[in-house]
Ligand binder design. Structure first.
Ligand SMILES: [Zn+2]
Length: 259
């Protein structure tokens, strides 16, 4: 079930028995000449959508613009400053907590978000810690490619030129969901495998990585590989989020019978 497609009465009936929610979180930033700007928001959303088809998981709205200051040299990229993102995540948290959600599982699609997400977690807990009250909620962060077994699968699918930005894995996941965009993989890239190096400000990034990729050859991305990654990641998400939600006394998500 998706929060955006539920009614308030359905949510009230679900709480407090099922007090967990999965929140996809990502970024809108360039992903090289063959990757979609929304890749980092789309990947966790696609995986959460697939999981919600197989199990009774509640999926929240995608937090779709993240901390991407280093991508701002490429048109279409959008960023929140870390301070803005922390404030917005704390407001999302307090809104859900007020309703009675007690476990917030953030499925992340953008490595550049990690430091800010952890800062937002600390900010949301700090108000309770300083008052000497127990926080009524707990957060969990998981990068989708670090779900159990997924990094191994991605490297097995793309043993050469996987890289770290605009990777064939993440691009394949988006092509599987939007196959009408898969012909982008026919674009000729030079060099075939992009350079690697440190990440600093936006100007330095564009000078170092002129087409936006880091260490990757995303022209290897296919719809079929994307489907395999989505299926495996959705199953891993159901298992892991279910375990986290069970901490709050809520049952593991019931499997929905396949049709
Ligand atoms: Zn990405």
């Amino acid at each position: 079930m998706h929060l955006s497609l539920a009614t308030w009465t359905e949510i009230e009936a679900r709480l407090p028995r099922d007090a967990g929610i999965v929140i996809p979180i990502g970024s809108h930033e360039q992903h090289g000449p063959t990757g979609l700007i929304g890749t980092d928001a789309l990947c966790p959303q696609i995986i959460a959508d697939a999981a919600a088809k197989d199990a009774d998981l509640l999926v929240g709205p995608t937090f779709s613009v993240g901390m991407a200051q280093h991508h701002m040299g490429f048109p279409g990229s959008m960023t929140l400053r870390p301070s803005t993102m922390i404030a917005a995540m704390v407001d999302w948290t307090m809104s859900l907590s007020r309703a009675g959600f007690r476990r917030l599982y953030w499925l992340n699609g953008h490595g550049g978000n990690v430091a800010t997400i952890n800062a937002a977690f600390a900010e949301s807990y700090a108000a309770y810690s300083l008052r000497g009250e127990p926080a009524p909620f707990a957060h969990m962060l998981r990068n989708w490619w670090e779900l159990p077994g997924i990094e191994r699968l991605c490297l097995a699918e793309f043993p050469v030129g996987h890289g770290s930005h605009a990777t064939p894995s993440e691009v394949a996941v988006t092509y599987a969901a939007y196959p009408e965009r898969a012909s982008l993989a026919q674009t000729v890239l030079s060099p075939i495998i992009a350079p690697t190096g440190p990440i600093r400000d936006a100007g330095d990034y564009r000078a170092r990585f002129p087409d936006g990729r880091i260490g990757s050859d995303p022209t290897k991305a296919t719809v079929e590989a994307g489907r395999r990654i989505i299926d495996a990641a959705a199953a891993a998400l159901i298992a892991e989020a279910g375990g986290f939600f069970a901490e709050a006394g809520t049952g593991a998500p019931a499997r929905i019978a396949a049709d």
